[in-house]
Design a protein around this ligand. Structure first.
Ligand code: C2O
Ligand code: CU
Length: 510
C-alpha cells in the first residue's frame, strides 16, 4: 500500500493532471477483444524476412468515430511478429508517415546498427522532410544540445531516407518482446499515435512445456489514451519542450489518458472458456503504471501465476493476487478461468487509478465444460544466475529532476556522450536510484535484480528483466552482462515523456 500510494501521487491521479477525453466513449466491456494479426514473412530462407510499411490509418476505436493513427502496417497494435530463437529475422521498415521514425525492438539482443538508436531516423519516403529539419526537431531547445552531429559514436549508422532493414540474429531465449517508435524527443508522441506492436520469440524449451497455447495464449497490450471530440487521439505535447519540468507541471508525470485500450480496443471483453489461459501482459502506455487485479478474486486468491517476465521464463512460477506493471514491462501469467462460475464477468482492474483508468478489460466466463490439458509445471526453466561476486564494477545511475529537465547522473541526454563503457562478457552491478517515479530500461541485454532498497528483491523482480519500475525514493541493484555485440546503446526512463525530455543516456559496449 505504501508503494501504491506513492506511485499514485507520483503519477498525477490528482484532478487536473489526467488528460480527459472530449469524445463520447463506449461503456466498458462492450467491445470484443481484438487479437493483433500475426505477420507472415515475405521470405523464408536462412532468414525470415518481414516487411512493414509505417502508414497513416483510420481506425474504428470508438463507436461511430474514426481515429487517425500512425501505424505499423495499418493497425494498432501493429502486426505480431513471431521469431524462432537462433534463427535470424530481418524486418524492412518503410516510412510513409509525415514524420521521421526509428524502430526499437524492446528486449531484443540486437546489434547496435539495428537497435533503433534515437537519431538513426528513417526520413519520410516522399522527401518532404530534410535531414537538417529532422535533426533540428529532435534537438531544438533541449538542454545541452548544440544541435549538429552525433558523430564519433561507434555503431551509429545515422539517417536514411525511405526505409531501413533491421537485422535481428535472435540469439536469445523465448520471450515477449515489443517494437515501438524511438525517435529522439518524439517517442511519446509516436507511440501515443499508434507505433507499437508485439514481437514474440519462441524456442524448444518453452514449447516443450504444457502451457496454454493457441487461442488460449493471449498477447495483451495495455495502453491509456485520451480522445478529441472527433475521435482523434488527444496528445497535448506537439512540442516536447512543453514538458520541461518547471514550465509545465501539468505533464510532469507524463501523459495519462482516461481510456484504457487493450490491443487497441477500449475496455474490451473476451469470452473465455473455463480453462487455463496464458496472458502475455505488456504495459505499452506512455506513462501509466498499473496494479492489475481480477475482480471478483477467485477463492483462495493468487489469481495470477507468473511464468515469465521481460526476458522469458522464470525458473519457477510465482503467484500473485495483484500485478504491478510499470511502463515497458511484460508479465507472462497463467490464469485458470475454471476458478470462476459460468456467466461471471471477471474484470481486470487497475487499483492504482480511479475513473476510466480503473477499468482495464473483462473476461466473460463461458458455460459448458472444455478440455484443458495445460498445466504450469513447478520447474519452468533453468535460469542462469549472474554472480554478483564476479562483478568487475558497480556503477550508479541517479534518475533526477535537474535544473531544466530530467537527468541521469545530472545530465540530460546528449547523443555520443557515454555514461558507461562496459566490456563485453563482464558482469557489472548497476545501481539505479531515484527521487520520483521512473521505470528504468536498458537496451541490448537483460539484467537480474539483486536487491531493492538494499533489501531483498520485490515480488515483481523475478527472472531476467529489461525494465524495472522504481517508485519514488527507491533504489534497485541489478546484475548485467553484455554479450555478442559492441557499440552504442541506451538506458533511459520508460516514461516516454521523461525520455523525450532527455532522461536517457548512451552507454558503449567495448
Ligand atoms: Cu521500449 Cu529504449 O525502449
Ligand atoms: Cu521517468
Amino acid at each position: 500500500p505504501l508503494i501504491g500510494s506513492a506511485v499514485r501521487r507520483a503519477n498525477g491521479e490528482s484532478p487536473g493532471r489526467l488528460l480527459a477525453s472530449r469524445a463520447r466513449l463506449p461503456r466498458p466491456y462492450e467491445t470484443p477483444l481484438p487479437i493483433p494479426r500475426t505477420l507472415a514473412p515475405v521470405g523464408r530462407g536462412a532468414t525470415d524476412v518481414y516487411e512493414i510499411t509505417q502508414q497513416k490509418a483510420q481506425l474504428d476505436i470508438l463507436p461511430g468515430l474514426r481515429t487517425e493513427a500512425w501505424t505499423y502496417g495499418g493497425t494498432f497494435p501493429g502486426p505480431t511478429l513471431v521469431s524462432r530463437s537462433g534463427r535470424r529475422t530481418q524486418v524492412r521498415h518503410r516510412n510513409t508517415l509525415p514524420q521521421p521514425t526509428v524502430v526499437h525492438l524492446h528486449g531484443g539482443h540486437t546489434p547496435a546498427d539495428s537497435d533503433g538508436y534515437p537519431l538513426d531516423v528513417v526520413l519520410p519516403a516522399d522527401g518532404s522532410i530534410t535531414g537538417e529539419r529532422a535533426l533540428a526537431a529532435m534537438t531544438e531547445g533541449m538542454p545541452g544540445h548544440a544541435g549538429g552531429h552525433h558523430g564519433g559514436a561507434p555503431g551509429v549508422s545515422g539517417m536514411v531516407r525511405g526505409e531501413r532493414l533491421h537485422t535481428y540474429p535472435m540469439r536469445q531465449r523465448a520471450a515477449t518482446l515489443w517494437y515501438h517508435d524511438h525517435r529522439m524527443s518524439w517517442t511519446g508522441h509516436g507511440v501515443w499515435r499508434g507505433l507499437a506492436g508485439f514481437h514474440l520469440v519462441r524456442d524448444d524449451e518453452e514449447e516443450a512445456l504444457p502451457l496454454p497455447k493457441g487461442e488460449r495464449e493471449l498477447p495483451l497490450m495495455i495502453t491509456d489514451r485520451a480522445f478529441e471530440e472527433d475521435g482523434s487521439f488527444r496528445y497535448p505535447l506537439a512540442d516536447p519542450r512543453l514538458l520541461t519540468p518547471g514550465v509545465d507541471h501539468a505533464y510532469m508525470d507524463g501523459v495519462l489518458g482516461d481510456v484504457v485500450l487493450v490491443n487497441g480496443a477500449p475496455w474490451p471483453v473476451h469470452r473465455t472458456p473455463r480453462a487455463r489461459h496464458r496472458l502475455r501482459l505488456l504495459n505499452a502506455s506512455n506513462a501509466r503504471p498499473y496494479r492489475l487485479r481480477l475482480e471478483p478474486q477467485p477463492s483462495g486468491g493468487d489469481a495470477f501465476v507468473q511464468i515469465g517476465g521481460d526476458g522469458g521464463l522464470l525458473a519457477r512460477p510465482v503467484r500473485h493476487d495483484e500485478l504491478h506493471i510499470g511502463t515497458g514491462e511484460r508479465f507472462d501469467v497463467v490464469v485458470d478461468f475454471a476458478r470462476w462460475k459460468p456467466g461471471t464477468l471477471v474484470r481486470m482492474v487497475n487499483t492504482l487509478a480511479e475513473g476510466g483508468a480503473h477499468e482495464v478489460m473483462a473476461f466473460e466466463i463461458a458455460g459448458g465444460t472444455v478440455r484443458d490439458d495445460s498445466a504450469v509445471p513447478g520447474t519452468l526453466s533453468r535460469v542462469e544466475r549472474l554472480d554478483p561476486a564476479k562483478a568487475v564494477v558497480t556503477r550508479e545511475f541517479r534518475f533526477r529532476q535537474g535544473g531544466d529537465g530530467w537527468t541521469i547522473n545530472d545530465h540530460g541526454y546528449l547523443p555520443g556522450r557515454a555514461l558507461a563503457r562496459p566490456r563485453l562478457g563482464q558482469t557489472e552491478i548497476w545501481r539505479f536510484t531515484t527521487s520520483l517515479h521512473h521505470p528504468v530500461h536498458v537496451h541490448l541485454d537483460h539484467f537480474q535484480v539483486l536487491s531493492r532498497n538494499n533489501g531483498a528483491p520485490g515480488p515483481y523482480d523475478a527472472g531476467w528483466k529489461d525494465t524495472v519500475d522504481l517508485p519514488p525514493t527507491e533504489s534497485v541493484e541489478v546484475a548485467v552482462r553484455f554479450t555478442d555485440y559492441g557499440g552504442t546503446y541506451m538506458l533511459h526512463c520508460h516514461n516516454l515523456e521523461h525520455e523525450d525530455m532527455a532522461m536517457m543516456a548512451d552507454f558503449v559496449v567495448e
